[in-house]
Design a binder for this molecule. Sequence first.
Ligand code: OAD
Length: 239
Amino acid sequence: MPEVAARAVLAEASRVVVFTGAGISAESGVPTFRGPGGLWKTFKPEQLATAEAFAKDPKLVWEWYGWRRALVAGCEPNPAHRALAAWMRARQGVTLVTQNVDDLHERAGTPSLIKLHGSLSVDRCSRCDYRRDVPPGALYDPPPLCPACGAPLRPDVVWFGEMLPEDQLVAAEQAACRAEACLVIGTSGAVYPAAGIVHAAREAGARLIVVDPGTTEYDRMTDLKLTGPAGELVPPLLC
Ligand code: OAD
């Protein structure tokens, strides 16, 4: 039974890195990117999630992010987010690293979080360092301008071709290199450098557990694969 073995690995490890992707939020109603119904099946990332796209048509990009913000605001954390948050509050030595921008880990009460791809709920200036939490009910038409320097504001998410926030990436890599177990939940493992966190953990000797109903880039190197939805499989693992 991989569930029993996985529970034992996680209970015995003194340092665990957990790496989450869009799949952990699927049961909350947030679409994934690449599977059936995935955002990148319907929308073209080069028209919506690059600095070039934003320079060319900021209104279109803001409309799309406005739609995603509204969608996520109507979603709630699911049992997988909540179980992880409770587990982290109850024990030491767990580092949670997410690629998600939906803030559902935070809303579930997660005590600490490394965010590799930013957050939908923050605006930042496309030129200077200005950042702000998204004002409640904000509908941006026309696209907002930075109150500090006047340049267009953009969502504080990492777009294709952009660097990840260095402090977050370094913290994730350090946790991966120290981990005795690595729990991967709901990610295809297709997007680098984020996906490399799992390889770093594996190379450092961590046991690898993957929870996902589909196939992932990690399947061939995993020790234990739990095939199914996170909301059902994650809570019983973390006790
Ligand atoms: P993907 O859409 O690539 O992968 C989602 C994974 O979730 C797949 O392996 C699915 O099988 C799995 N999945 C679906 N339903 C699930 C469920 N109920 N429980 C558990 N897993 C489930 O999403 P990510 O790997 O997160 O980047 O994508 C990585 C990055 O690509 C995103 O952060 C985003 C995107 O472009 C940026 O925005 C920078």
